[in-house]
Design a protein around this ligand. Structure first.
Ligand code: CA
Length: 410
């Protein structure tokens, strides 16, 4: 999901938007209560997700510009993404939805290890078919107009006739069907742009929320509900093909809820863009029937970078030797095979804002910018999930230790 709030799924306590299908992933598997992404906005977060490496390692520190003439704006070609790692292991892979890893031809998903692409290259999109009127990014004359390009099917532009979220769900289930027919193992990166702005929903989904008075929240709820239907269809496809015990399903958002889309991060502080919890702690669940115990609540911190490491390990795929992963395989920790916790520490950096954060156990040190000692705040997340009680004055030694660790990582 894109810009989905921490509190906007049933498994994190949402009450006004039913998400039964997304919730079923947590119910049939594990809910990560401290599940993080590696950056509080879309592009860098996805670069971390797709490589299993802190994106700062390769300079992906802002959203890439939408510029088909600029090969530097995107995921560096010498980094290996999930599809590139899985291909030698026999997998067929698809990106369905949002790419955001560069618009220059060298970054096209089909040039980056994926066998199928149905979606758009930029960081967001209009949802209504009649608004998709541009044939190519070269026709864009002003900012955000890239939201109006026709959908790409592999390398071709095509017209769609349904609400975009439904079209993405169609494409995902069609790809699963084709992969099953071909007999190949598959990886689907189903990157819904919902519920990222623009807030657009069809009557079919709006009609489910007559009791939400706020128009913004109501449209947002409809967008989330459409996505939940799609997740249900994907899960149904796996059930139909009797693949539930052979398939790892992961659900997460690329960053916390945004201020502009009607999302809700309660009880977390702040929102998309911030290194407080509301920007980086996200709805995060994982299902693998028969292996991951059902109904598990897992509290130690995990991060989106772990997804690559987990998948690579399970698939017998080899990440590049000179590109060490920062994520770890989570499955042994969930089955009890591995002792301890996946991570002693997690780190965040927003280079352009000079913002920094580190979490070690219950302690988190965070600065929203201008990294002078004075700007840091220290929180005990076990007792203060809202990050409202700064312990800097009380525990200066803990803060100094965390700062040293962040500096070493940096
Ligand atoms: Ca996002």
């Amino acid at each position: 999901a894109d810009d989905l709030g921490y509190a906007d799924v049933g498994f994190n306590g949402c009450t006004d938007i039913p998400t039964p299908h997304i919730d079923s992933i947590a119910r049939e598997g594990v809910r990560f209560s401290n599940g993080y992404v590696s950056f509080p906005v879309c592009g860098p977060s996805r670069a971390g997700l797709l490589t299993g490496r802190y994106q700062d390692r390769f300079g992906f520190t802002t959203n890439p510009t939408i510029d088909p003439a600029n090969p530097a704006a995107g995921l560096p070609v010498d980094e290996k993404n999930l599809a590139e790692v899985l291909r030698p292991a026999g997998y067929t892979s698809a990106v369905i939805g949002k790419w955001h890893m560069g618009t220059h031809p060298i970054h096209h998903p089909l040039n980056r290890g994926f066998d199928h692409f149905f979606g758009f290259l930029s960081g967001g999109h209009n949802y209504f078919p009649d608004q998709l009127t541009l044939d190519d990014l070269s026709e864009v004359t002003r900012i955000w107009e890239w939201y109006r390009t026709r959908i790409m099917n592999d390398r071709d532009r095509v017209d769609i006739d349904d609400y975009l979220t439904d079209e993405l769900s169609d494409a995902a289930t069609a790809f699963i069907q084709a992969a099953v027919t071909s007999g190949r193992p598959f990886f689907v990166y189903l990157a819904y742009n919902a519920p990222h702005t623009p807030l657009q929903a069809t009557e079919k989904y709006l009609a489910r929320f007559p009791d939400i008075p706020d128009k913004k929240r109501r449209t947002y709820a409809a967008m989330v509900s459409a996505m939940d239907d799609g997740v249900g269809r994907v899960l149904a496809a796996l059930r139909y093909h009797e693949l539930e015990q052979e398939t790892l399903v992961v659900f997460l958002s690329d960053n916390g809820g945004a201020t502009n889309n009607g999302s809700e991060n309660t009880p977390l502080r702040a929102h998309k863009g911030s290194l407080f919890e509301g920007g980086i702690r996200v709805p995060f669940a994982m299902q693998w029937k028969g292996t991951i115990p059902a109904g598990m609540d897992y509290d130690p911190p995990v991060i989106s970078l772990d997804i690559m490491a987990t998948i690579a390990a399970l698939a017998g795929a080899e990440p590049a030797e000179d590109r060490p992963l920062d994520g770890v395989n989570l499955v042994p920790f969930l089955t009890g095979e591995a002792a301890g916790q996946p991570h002693e520490r997690l780190f965040w950096r927003k280079f352009a804002q000079d913002a920094a954060a580190v979490r070690a156990g219950k302690n988190k040190l965070v600065s929203e910018g201008q990294r002078a000692q004075d700007n840091y705040q220290l929180f005990d997340l076990d007792s203060d999930i809202r990050e409202s009680n700064d312990l800097m004055g009380q525990s200066p030694e803990t803060a100094r230790t965390l700062l040293r660790q962040w500096e070493a990582w940096n």
